[in-house]
Design a protein. Sequence first.
Length: 363
Amino acid sequence: AMDHERNKALLLELQRAAGTGNDRCADCGDPDPEWASYKLGIFICLNCSGIHRNLPEISRVKSLRLDFWESNLIEFMRNHGNLWAKAKFEAKVPPYHYIPKSRDCMVLRQQWIRAKYERGEFLDTQVCQDPCSAGSREGCLWKLGKGRRQFQKRQFLLSAREGVMKYYSQESKGPKAIISIETLNAMFQVEKIGHSHGLQITYITDGRTRNLFVYHESGKEIVDWFNAIRAARYYYLKTTFPNVPEPELIPRITRNFAQEGYMEKTGPKQKEAFKVRWFCLDSQERNLMYFKNPLDAFAQGQVFIGRRDEGYEVRDYLPQKVWMKKKKPVITLVTPMREFVFICENDRKQREWMDALNSVITQ
């Protein structure tokens, strides 16, 4: 019992020790990790420990507080730790490779952990891939078809050198779409697509945003596609904007929507009935798009969000002439052209939307 308590105290001291990186999860960066892999010598959070548990060949986990730690394991942890592991297992992470955070979906975190420790993809011995070759890929993905009824197998081709992504159906001679890497974006949308490997690809065609919803049965395959799109985008940005410093380019490779969900909207006269719509806020393009259904290919409309000094504003009350029977949380988006009125599901959603819209108006 004495040993047990003493070793627990030593372990918690190690977790908090300055200059070790042990105070954040070695894999997702979550603060105060409560678990550790005693085979790799790293401190990890509860969520990542679940992924490590499924890799017994390379990792073995224990709780810092609940499990008994032998003295030799404490010594092993002392001689290793998170910064040591980062230097070894993340020595050659390409700049375009997406490094997941704790809030990212399971498949991203899972494949990051497997790539590091199981496949050794970023060890010092690996040759760093050129983004142009890494941004080239060919293979099949399941794509949501017209009418949102079913997913169909489609051949996809990505070429960083040509600056395009294409996809083909079995019947088509030529490509069904030729997508410019200039406007290409990809984000994981697990809940929305209803598949744990669901990826949403967006691009601009004829001035409108087009959505493609795809997945692959293999977690590695879909994450490889995502990182290939990122490599192609990185190559495009590097060659198009050679003088822009890397820390400014990286966030522009791909992006998630700043906010999305259901709200109700009325028409331009503000006397029309309110209709439920699915909204997506793209902060980089400064666009608020709305769809009849979350999985629609095209938006029904979009509102450009300018800056405060250009006359854009968000209010939590109705315009003077607008009246509603029931009192519900509302947002009035003021633009130089007109005022848009939205009804939110609850106060929390209203706050989230207002914060997200304000962050675009002030940026």
